[in-house]
Design a protein around this ligand. Structure first.
Ligand code: HEM
Length: 201
């Protein structure tokens, strides 16, 4: 079995670089080094960043169940990193919308956030992720003690809002959002099951 120390030295740096790859490809596509972004480049960039944000969010949620099921303690090492990558991709998704789509025009931004429900819930999810990212250091975890765990349980609310946000903006084919709903349901039901078992024993 891999030890946490070995995983920190040999696995963490390559995994970090792999997590940056989607951003690298979006960036090189954007400056037209590698490919093209299709008929609607802003939508393409925004969608890809949003999709990666959602994937990283679900990956973050999958770490604890995977660790419990496999007994590989070192997996925990990647939870914070994946959580911060979630925030990074979602923030870039938001900034693309803010800068490239809305041209940082405040009245239009506020109107969209208030009047378009799928943007309202996406924005709420972003605020939660901001809170989680800004309280993710060991120092803050130590200071907040039990409150830290209560705050970080908000990741469940953020993940429901994020999948809902995706579902809501899909126009026709709901296959992809359905896959996310399915994966998220398994991850949340697993936690409810574990809680039920620990109460029973
Ligand atoms: C946890 C937070 C968020 C996640 C995980 C997320 C993820 C996504 C995903 C997966 C899509 C669909 C991409 C596709 O069609 O392939 C999407 C679309 C969109 N999101 Fe978000 N999003 C989040 C927050 C936000 C925020 C804060 C805003 C703006 C305030 C925003 C604005 C949009 C818009 C405008 C679209 C539609 C883009 C289009 O026209 O195709 N999202 N988002």
């Amino acid at each position: 079995m891999l030890t946490t120390k070995t995983a920190r030295i040999f696995l963490k740096p390559p995994v970090f670089l792999i997590c940056l790859l989607p951003f690298f490809f979006i960036l090189t596509d954007s400056i037209e080094l590698t490919g093209n972004l299709g008929a609607n480049p802003i939508e393409n960039i925004q969608d890809r960043l949003g999709n990666w944000g959602l994937r990283f969010l679900l990956l973050t949620l999958a770490i604890s169940p995977l660790r419990k099921l496999t007994g590989q303690i070192w997996l925990t090492l990647f939870r914070r990193m994946l959580g911060l990558f979630t925030f990074f991709y979602v923030l870039m998704h938001f900034l693309t919308w803010l800068i490239l789509e809305q041209n940082i025009y405040l009245p239009a931004i506020t109107e969209d956030i208030i009047t378009r429900p799928f943007i309202t819930i996406g924005f709420l999810a972003l605020l939660i992720l901001l809170l989680l990212a800004s309280t993710s250091t060991n120092n803050i975890q130590r200071k907040l003690q039990k409150k830290w765990y209560a705050i970080h349980r908000l990741i469940y609310a953020a993940s429901i809002l994020a999948v809902w946000h995706y579902w809501w903006q899909v126009k026709k084919d709901i296959t992809e959002p359905l896959i996310y709903v399915f994966v998220l349901s398994i991850l949340l039901l697993y936690r409810i099951w574990i809680k039920y078992l620990s109460r029973k024993n």
